[in-house]
Ligand binder design. Structure first.
Ligand code: 3HC
Length: 296
């Protein structure tokens, strides 16, 4: 059991993509033993290398000692199966693609090995926590723990409460947020929660503007960066999050809420071409070691 101050001794993170590896880092930095699982074990190794490289920059800035960085990386243990990841875990977090059937199968397997009271936290950006909990037969301990990219840097944890989520689970989630240094908001389970709904609509409108020739990607982004003080414009942000991730959210919200979320054709085209943003080196920008470069 996690204790009342929210410290969790053992966490299973299922999915070692951008979000899973960042979430693993966050818990490892807070002192937890993390078991990181991915269907592709090579991705787990890549994730650990990514954490190491990210922390090296923090060390170079003098904000973390090399020993502390090493300890964080060492606290992230690769797991070769969901069973291995979940045994003894007080918290199981999945950060797999936005596919309800996939998330259900990951949690079902985890539930067969994790303690009966383990919290089942999903990092979904938009899928229903209520449906997930109900289909798992574990609504009371199922909760949305929505992290933001990059998880080690972003301060927010959006906690999403399903219809059947127990008060105790919400309280534990809030305590966990504090223990990992995040500020939480509590949101009821509606499609897109509070943040995805607003975030993707801005991104989609920017894409529609780009494809109807309103301005270049760089100028659309600069407009929001300098005119609205967004740290990063909506197209650059889409590259950071992943075009495939944004497309899945838009498709889901179009179905659940309405036509204002229809994915722009340019997004589908780029995803079909495999241009998924920063993680593949190209999206609305070309991503080099120096950062995003405008595509002309
Ligand atoms: N581990 C730990 N700390 C790190 C780190 C790492 N891997 N990488 C960077 N940091 C620290 C740095 O040391 C620095 O700390 P300091 O302020 O004390 O010096 C701080 O984080 C900022 O790092 P940088 O200086 O390298 O980065 P920038 O100032 O250029 O900011 C950014 C980069 C944080 C990505 C910023 O551009 C930003 O906030 N962009 C918007 C991000 C955003 O909106 N994310 C949400 C996306 S939506 C989402 O994720 C939801 C999902 O469901 C789709």
């Amino acid at each position: 059991m996690s204790n009342s101050n929210g410290n969790v001794a053992v966490v299973a993170v299922l999915g070692a993509g951008t979000m899973g590896s960042g979430i693993a880092q966050v818990f490892a930095a807070a002192g937890a033993a993390v078991r990181l699982y991915d269907v592709d074990l090579a991705r787990v190794e890549k994730a650990r290398d990514g954490v190491k490289a990210g922390l090296a920059k923090v060390v170079a800035k003098g904000k973390l000692t090399a020993e502390a960085a090493e300890k964080i990386v060492a606290a992230i243990a690769p797991a070769t199966s969901i069973a291995e990841a979940s045994r003894g875990a007080e918290l199981v977090i999945e950060a797999a693609p936005e596919d309800m059937a996939l998330k259900i199968s990951l949690f079902r397997e985890a539930m067969a090995h994790a303690p009966k009271e383990a919290i089942l936290g999903t990092n979904t950006s938009s899928l229903s926590i209520t449906e997930l909990g109900s289909r798992l037969g574990a609504g009371a301990r199922t909760i949305g723990l929505h992290f933001f990219n990059p998880p080690p840097v972003m301060e927010l944890l959006e906690i999403v409460r399903g219809v059947a989520t127990a008060d105790e689970t919400v309280e534990r989630a809030r305590a966990i947020a504090r223990a990992i240094g995040k500020t939480s908001i509590l949101v009821n389970d509606v499609p897109g929660f509070a943040t995805s709904r607003l975030g993707v609509i801005l991104g989609a409108e920017a894409m529609r503007m780009l494809e109807t020739g309103v301005a270049s990607a760089a100028d659309i982004d600069r407009g929001m960066e300098l005119g609205y003080r967004h740290p990063m414009g909506p197209l650059k942000l889409t590259d950071l999050v992943g075009l495939d991730v944004r497309l899945a959210i838009l498709e889901h919200l179009q179905k659940e809420i309405g036509e204002q979320f229809r994915p722009p054709p340019i997004l589908r085209r780029l995803v079909r071409a495999g241009h998924l943003g920063k993680k593949t080196g190209r999206g609305f920008y070309e991503w080099t070691a120096e950062g995003p470069k405008e595509i002309r």
